[in-house]
Design a protein around this ligand. Sequence first.
Ligand SMILES: *Cc1c(COP(=O)(O)O)cnc(C)c1O
Length: 446
Amino acid sequence: MTDHTADTGENEADMSSVPAAASDPRRRPKPDVLEIGGRKLHPSTLMMGHGYDPMLSEGSLKPPIFLTSTFVFENAAAGKRHFEGVTGKRPGGSEGLVYSRFNGPNQEIAEDRLGLWEDAEEALLFSSGMAAIATVLLALVRPGDVIVHSAPLYAATETLIARVLGKFGVHFVDFPAGASHEEIAATVERARGMGNVALIYLESPANPTNVLVDVQAVAEVRNELLDAAKCPIVIDNTFLGPLWLKPLQHGADIVVYSLTKYAGGHSDLVAGGALGAKKWLDPVRMIRNTVGTILDPNSAWMLLRSLETLELRMSRAGENAAIVCKWLAEHPKTEKVIYLGFPADERQADIYRRHCTGAGSTFSLYLKGGEAEAFAFLDALKIAKLAVSLGGTETLASHPAAMTHLSVAPARRAALGIADNMVRISIGVENVGDLLADFEQALAVV
Ligand SMILES: *Cc1c(COP(=O)(O)O)cnc(C)c1O
């Protein structure tokens, strides 16, 4: 985490050597307050100020957007020191800002704040969720390595692992998301027979089946059968994080995000993130520096604004979803509702109790009938918009079999429960009575 006080060279010790304008008391940096009287402040409090000192930006309450491609060095020796950090010649990374492909103030403030939600040592921002995932994987695998992963994964992640990394001689083996300790161990044993297991990649809950992965069991298996210092557990926490699931607490090493969803939360930006210990993120940062998958300053600024309301938005969406799912499950035109609040069996209920503090707001509704009934329902919705994606302030609905999962082979679709009568819904922060009225009138049309 970078201290923006240090970046400017305007810290107290330097005051004597800087011009009069900088000795203006308004420009004296204040230390960040992380606790009061021994009470550690909650992330929802720290989202409004952590990592940014208004006095370094003319007293501007909100951070300016730093639109610059490069940063001026104090002197040549400082420039050399920065590059030693950036290139890895000196451990610890860059001490300040160098060039905007590496980092910028808006991105660093947002990274510091995002990391707080999961008590992560470091956080990195990326231009999309897929940029985050691709950069993490590129940093961790070599030709001949094997990736063990839970299945199913987000379609683009499956493509990246199987087809893109496959071209470079990286292999994979998968286990079903709900697998037991024994099943996960058997998969890891098989992978060990194929080559060096470079990482274990998880996504929980799986989309669109909503099956939870037992992260604690995966960590136990990894610690029993593999070298924990060399084989990290990476998990895509887009659906429940950072509020309802904190995988670093359950044995995962790197958490990746599509911040486009709940964290961005307004369906108006595309961004990704990776959180974890510095040891794991240093090589990821090196690849990000090399290829430039970092988020731009404008989107980073919007993300900062989103993080201020993250807890409010996610809590309200989660409460709305609980009410809507209960109502839909009891409706005569409903076949079933697949929602984390209604665990499918005792094993899933057990995983939920051990890992999650909330059921999220994205679920699958199976209507009685088939594609015609599902389409009639979707076309009749008046508040909920017909669009893919999730985690925004507005309620969205889509038809996975005909949209996001159209390219999945029919047999695999059937195995995943992606049926023609299935509708995927992400509940937003609207008035819940209005949402129920909308679903009621749309179901009446079916
Ligand atoms: C959307 C999504 C992604 C990809 O994120 P982008 O921001 O669209 O690149 C990855 N994983 C999950 C679970 C997602 O929902």
